[in-house]
Design a protein around this ligand. Structure first.
Ligand code: SF4
Length: 120
């Protein structure tokens, strides 16, 4: 049987421990991510200047209340793309085209600063 020194034993143990804790950290990071990537056909591209300027968010519920303020008699937390004047629902799927966002599709529960209460 091969003799392993105490130093070799502990350095091996620490390497295993480091790998295991690193994996656990990576897994917890991926689980805690609150931003859900929404993949919809012809969605607003990452880095779109209009979207950035209007603080567009694919999940309205993640927008701070200091941004998503009460407007036109609608509470901030009641504003979503699907009740915005610029939204036209797709025939299927939970998204629609936004005429303000160059007709890119946006999720029904997204939001941006240009939200306007849908009429009628
Ligand atoms: S303009 Fe309206 S539909 Fe378009 S992204 Fe903003 S809130 Fe959504």
């Amino acid at each position: 049987m091969k003799h392993i020194s105490r130093r070799q034993f502990f350095s091996g143990f620490l390497a295993i421990l480091g790998t295991a804790s690193g994996m656990a950290l990576l897994q917890s990071c991926s689980k805690k991510s609150s931003v859900v990537k929404t993949t919809i056909p012809n969605g607003v591209p990452e880095g779109n200047a209009m979207a950035a300027n209007l603080k567009y968010a694919t999940q309205a519920s993640l927008v701070p209340s200091t941004l998503r303020v009460d407007k036109m008699g609608t509470a901030g937390n009641g504003q979503f793309c699907d009740n915005c004047q610029f939204y036209k629902a797709a025939t299927e799927g939970n998204y629609g085209a936004c005429s303000l966002m160059q007709n890119y599709n946006v999720p029904a529960k997204a939001w941006c600063m240009s939200w306007v209460k849908k009429q009628g």
